[in-house]
Design a protein around this ligand. Structure first.
Ligand code: LLP
Length: 443
């Protein structure tokens, strides 16, 4: 298993993250446990900020909180000077509860409800990324009602398809998101939005996909957006103050994944902006990006305890852990691959090939196929790397399995940032109608 960030194998042969021995973390917090390397997130955040500062452009780096939205993460992001992208009232509420500065919050989504819009207007967030014509009208009406002027970007689809898993491509024409440049709806939306009395159109947003390993897609998107900006300037006399180029920067889940350095992605974008936007307006636009996965993905490790195993001679050996698709649905959803090691015997050579099963009642609940490990025993600890993004945030209570705790680790210190769900949490919202009360049921 590749060791990310501060992960290392200590003198006891245990996996250590942020100076904390994972065997000790298991004793203190139990398993499954999401362990988050705080230092690595801060380092990535600084890589983004430094790369943009080096470009000389005005910028905002907004963390796409869908990747991992909890209060401590919002606080960390705020401390690093980033902005925050939210896509629901739940993510907005989390940010507000963490005291995140509202003016640095951007609200996305293809179907923001009136309640969500109201909440965001009342919070006075910095910007709405408007996705469709219905929303232009709704937001104008609601902002007018509250006598507010709201800053907006329009989400446009530049027609660039990123080389990525088909479920997570969003930049192509046939997408539920945004206004298409190709069929003219983006232009129409600009015209309409710019005439609204309570909307202040800052510019446009484009997001071409996720887990992208090349710069070409971003370069093409910049070029297309610049072409569109030129058309808008020529025909309507409007210039974009802000251009948001979304997220999607790839990370290394397994050997063979070849992400670029943060600085390479940023340079491709900022160079593209300098080339293609020159001369469109008096100044180059402010550039925003929205990394999610690349800020938190590699910083997360999930620690499980090995329970049962099933050896099918000549076929394979299944080894089951105390979590699975309920804490990491990505293998089942996207056939995503992960690397793992025995955290309590991290120095031992591989002795067998096993497949890691989760504990949910579903044959598809497999975390890793064909993993080389030392001879696995019940009670061993399995550490799965690179689970910081879209794991906790996509976790579920399927089978009423309780969601794990999350700890931040740094410099030998561990801090609980999300408590493990209790049995009480599982039934917290359940109600039994009075008419079903056993005493009142008559036969
Ligand atoms: N901005 C927008 C508008 C997005 O739709 C997304 C991701 C991001 C930023 C952040 O992208 P990132 O840097 O994290 O790649 N659940 C899937 C990923 C879905 C991504 C959705 N949008 C997964 O587990 O791979």
């Amino acid at each position: 298993m590749y060791l990310h960030g501060t992960s290392k194998i200590n003198a006891l042969g245990h996996l250590e993250i942020g100076g904390c021995d994972t065997v000790e973390l298991k004793k203190e917090y139990g398993t499954p446990l999401y362990i988050v390397d705080e230092h690595l997130i801060r380092q990535r955040a600084r890589e983004y900020m430094d790369a943009f500062k080096a470009s000389g452009l005005t910028f905002q780096v907004a963390y796409a909180s869908k990747a991992f939205s909890v209060k401590a993460m919002c606080t960390l992001v705020e401390q690093e000077g980033l902005s925050l992208d939210v896509v629901s009232d739940g993510e907005l509420y989390t940010a507000m509860q963490a005291g995140f500065p509202a003016e640095r919050i951007h609200f996305h989504g293809n179907n923001k409800t009136p309640d969500e819009i109201e909440m965001a207007l009342d919070a006075k967030i910095g910007c709405f990324v408007v996705d469709n014509f219905t929303e232009i009208h709704l937001l104008q009406a609601m902002a007018a009602e509250k006598n507010q002027t709201v800053k907006i970007l329009l989400r446009i689809t530049p027609g660039v398809e990123a080389h990525t898993h088909e479920y997570i491509s969003t930049g192509q024409t046939d997408s539920k998101f945004g206004f298409d440049i190709g069929n003219g709806s983006a232009f129409e939306a600009i015209e309409l939005a710019s005439k609204q009395s309570h909307l202040q159109l800052l510019g446009v947003h484009s997001h071409i996909g996720s887990q992208i390993f090349e710069v070409e897609g971003f370069q093409m998107a910049v070029e297309r957006v610049a072409g569109f900006a030129r058309e808008v300037k020529e025909k309507l006399g409007l210039t974009f103050q802000v251009v948001n180029l979304g997220g999607g920067f790839g990370i290394r889940y397994v050997e063979g994944d070849t992400p670029l350095e943060v600085s390479q992605y940023v340079k491709a974008i900022t160079d593209g902006v300098k080339n293609h936007f020159a001369g469109i307006g008096e100044e180059l636009p402010e550039i925003w990006v929205e990394p999610g996965r690349s800020l938190v993905g590699e910083a997360g490790t999930t620690l499980y305890t090995v329970g049962t195993s099933k050896d099918i001679p000549g076929v394979r050996k299944y080894v089951a852990v105390d979590g699975g698709m309920s804490d990491n649905p990505r293998p089942a959803l996207y056939e995503s691959q992960y690397e793992a090691m025995l955290a309590n015997r991290a120095n031992e050579p591989a002795a067998e090939t096993v497949s890691i099963a989760g504990k949910a009642c579903e044959s598809g609940d497999m975390l890793i196929w064909d993993l080389a490990l030392p001879k696995v025993e019940t009670g061993d600890l399995l550490a799965v790397a690179c689970t910081g993004a879209y794991n906790y945030s996509m976790a579920s209570n399927y089978n009423r399995i309780r969601r794990p705790a999350v700890v931040f680790v740094q410099d030998g210190q561990s801090d609980l940032v999300v408590r493990r769900e209790s049995h009480e949490d599982i039934v917290r919202n359940d109600l039994i109608p009075a008419r079903m009360n056993k005493q009142t049921v008559t036969s």
